[in-house]
Design a protein around this ligand. Structure first.
Ligand SMILES: [Zn+2]
Length: 258
């Protein structure tokens, strides 16, 4: 299993630090929205930065790249379809990227919806999915359509259930409140909310999640279940059958949910 450590940035972002299989002293970071927390972590751990991975162009995911590159001349692997500062490798869905210094390789998926060119990195039992899939939720549709996002989530849903899911933000507890508005009777969701609140109260991250858990609790991965279909239909005031319409309805519902 991949050795991954969370580094917090801003109020609720996670920068994921991946240790190499060649030497644990060499690491890659995923989505460094800020440089300073990474510098601090590197100094405290005595590790050396060997690569930067970026899932999408939002500042809170790549705002630290330029500063990190000033100190470490390392590859910057980011989506081909987006503007990523100092990118050295444009990654496209279907490709596999090798991080030689770490002895690791990741498959790249195109997962548009939150942004048009958003990508995910998948390998060694881990999925780095930025702002597309959150635990018990999904990203807002800033640039893409509901159909694109539904398809992207479908791609991720089909990966191995034991996959560890490393999302870009700590949104789990809030997402679970919404998930329970959609599926109040879902006992796994009820239990997960209690577990998450305990974990958060101890100052620990709720992540990584697993795909198996997401399939049980995440309403955005459950658009084909009778309960989510019924809840979406009730919210829309009409009978919905099409999973994309159901997805679009609960995404809009979530946008307004407080
Ligand atoms: Zn974003």
């Amino acid at each position: 299993m991949l050795d991954v450590t969370p580094v917090r940035a801003f109020s609720d972002n996670y920068i994921w630090v991946i240790r190499g299989s060649v030497s644990p002293a060499r690491v890659a970071v995923v989505d460094p929205g800020e440089a300073q927390p990474v510098f601090d972590w590197l100094e405290a751990s005595g590790a050396e930065l060997a690569a930067i991975l970026v899932t999408h162009h939002h500042r809170d995911h790549c705002g630290g790249v330029t500063e990190l590159k000033r100190q470490y001349d390392v590859p910057v692997i980011g989506p081909a379809g987006e503007d990523i500062p100092l990118r050295t490798r444009a990654a496209r869905g279907g490709e596999r990227v090798a991080i030689e210094a770490l002895g690791l390789e990741f498959d790249v998926f195109d997962i548009p919806g939150h942004t048009r060119g958003h990508i995910a990195f998948y390998g060694h039992g881990a999925l780095f999915c930025g702002d597309t899939l959150f635990s018990a939720g999904c990203g807002r549709l800033f640039e893409g359509t509901a159909a694109q996002m539904a398809r992207s989530l479908g791609t991720l849903r089909n990966l191995r259930p034991e996959t560890h899911v490393y999302c870009g933000h700590e949104y789990t507890a809030n997402n679970l409140r919404f998930a329970l508005a959609v599926e109040p009777e879902n006992e796994r969701t009820q239990r997960y909310l209690v577990e998450s609140r305990t974990v958060l109260a101890q100052g620990r991250p709720t992540l990584p999640s697993t795909l198996a858990l997401e399939i049980e609790v995440n309403p955005f991965l459950r658009c084909e279940t009778a309960t989510v279909r019924r809840a979406a239909s009730q919210h829309a005031g009409q009978t919905l059958e099409d999973p994309i319409e159901i997805f679009a309805t609960i995404r809009r519902w979530k946008d307004e949910f407080r």
